[in-house]
Write a protein that binds this ligand. Structure first.
Ligand code: OFO
Length: 172
């Protein structure tokens, strides 16, 4: 059974992952209604992934004999000035999620909950990948600026930008 402190911290992470899923769903809708179909596909997929992250913690908490609480969520932002703003917000949100995961890892070590600490390692690597991907995408968008042709190509290709290609691009 989890300690009350770890249970509360994991429930807080459930809230954050659920929020991520909603935020990316709202971004998908903005992109879809503004002619950015590729970005919208990317965001729909990302929203599903975040729901997966949330579910993984829900299952873990319940399997450890504690109780996962499904949170009420605030309405996410639904209007953006540009693709650049969308991805800036995405990176900002992922950095906040990373900080929260790091804090959670720290709380587990303090409490000597090595099982939960081990469970969280997947999230630690996942956050590194997600931040690397978001930074690479942002760099591309900054390079493109307001060039319509560039934005068209970006939107066409964004779904195929993977973490692996992002990491190798950064290494170049
Ligand atoms: Fe992208 O945040 Fe989940 O883990």
């Amino acid at each position: 059974m989890l300690s009350k402190k770890i249970e509360a911290a994991l429930n807080n992470q459930i809230l954050l992952e659920s929020e991520s899923s909603q935020i990316y769903l709202a971004m998908a809708c903005w992109a879809e209604t503004n002619g950015f179909d590729g970005t919208s596909g990317f965001m729909y997929a990302h929203s599903d992934e975040e729901r997966g992250h949330m579910l993984k913690i829900v299952k873990y908490v319940n399997e450890r004999g504690s109780h996962a609480v499904i949170p009420q969520l605030p309405q996410p932002k639904h209007d953006y000035k540009s693709l650049l703003e969308v991805f800036e917000n995405l990176l900002e949100h992922e950095v906040a999620v990373t900080n929260s995961i790091n804090e959670l890892v720290f709380v587990c070590l303090e409490a000597r909950d090595y099982t939960t600490h081990n469970f969280l390692q997947w999230y630690v690597s996942e956050q590194t990948e997600e931040e690397a991907l978001a930074r690479t995408i942002l760099d591309k968008l900054k390079m493109i600026g307001n060039d319509k042709g560039g934005l068209y190509l970006f939107d066409r290709d964004v779904e195929s930008i993977t973490v692996t290609s992002a990491t190798s691009l950064q290494a170049q």
